[in-house]
Design a protein around this ligand. Sequence first.
Ligand SMILES: [Zn+2]
Length: 384
Amino acid sequence: MIGTAFRKKVPAMRMSSSIKKINHSKIYHMIYRESKGVSKQEIMRRLGLSLPTVTQKLEELLAEGLVQDAGAADSTGGRRARAFSIVKDARLAVGLDINQDYYTAVLVDLLGSVICSKRQRFPFSQSDDYYRQIGLAVLELIDSVNADHQRILGVGMGVPGLITKDRERVFYGKILGFEGATCREFSKYIPFPCVFFNDAKAAGFAELWNRSDLTDAFYILLSQHVGGAMIRNHQVELGENTRAGEIGHMTMIPFGKACYCGRSGCLEPYCSSAVLSELAEGDLDLFFRSLRGGDPVKKSAWDEYLNILSMAVNNINMLLDCPVILGGSVGVYLEEFMGQLRSLARDRNSFSDSADYLACCQYKVEPIAAGAALPFIDEFIRTI
Ligand SMILES: [Zn+2]
């Protein structure tokens, strides 16, 4: 599971917790890791537990609705044992990705999969109308899968702003002009626990999900806005003032393009997805189709984009010496251009002839919204 820096702190298990509770937890987590289901005999063997203990704990997990009988287990011969698997939708969490022109709402299950999502064009405003609209969106999404409201763990709201450590207030929000906005006002029409998340850190958390290989890395969100998440010891670092990873405002070109932050030459105005989509009627997919079709204007813009991006990734690698993962709406298209980007990054590297530290994101489905929902899932699973 993922570390504590990003998710809400959960009370530590008391030392007096009984062995029974530990076995309950061990069995659930073992079943959780086995997507095809696992038999009672396998649980006994792998955890070194007795038949009565495993039987009793399985009955408890079945009664709690957390585990189900998944039918016959795979067998190499003889009588096929019953297999048990987790109930993926025993609990669900909602994530929102809130932007100037649209919002996206997703529903995530206990495996961290997005089971449904909805994107809606609706201009942001700090108004009762807007809060009512996102409240409706959350309820409609839950009702669309007939999920019992008791199963909803909470709603995470991914926003393009910097959030206080308690996740209750926006303390920097120039993009939406919502500095000082509180989670309380946003969640006025949402009858579940709600918290804010910074968009890039939420997306970085989604990337971490189920990736035990990622100990240290830097995740770059290349979407309508540029942000980052610094991953250390398998957790998203917040930094002293929750501003860690804000690479969108690293100076790349002295006295360069104006940035919304009020400075100039930041990474943001060079590597936002808008730089590309503005050349294709606001349609990023159309930009890449034209680029593949050989459009010279798109080619020139893309070359400049990759050139600046190669500077940023090289700077990050020089500073942190760790993998750099490219995500967000542009990251989804980057796989086919990785050769070109690696070559540019390699040319800037003072120490190595390779840029193998660069990788495309693996979590591609609505990473901001999903990443805002996943801390609720993570916390729930850890407490079982
Ligand atoms: Zn800036």
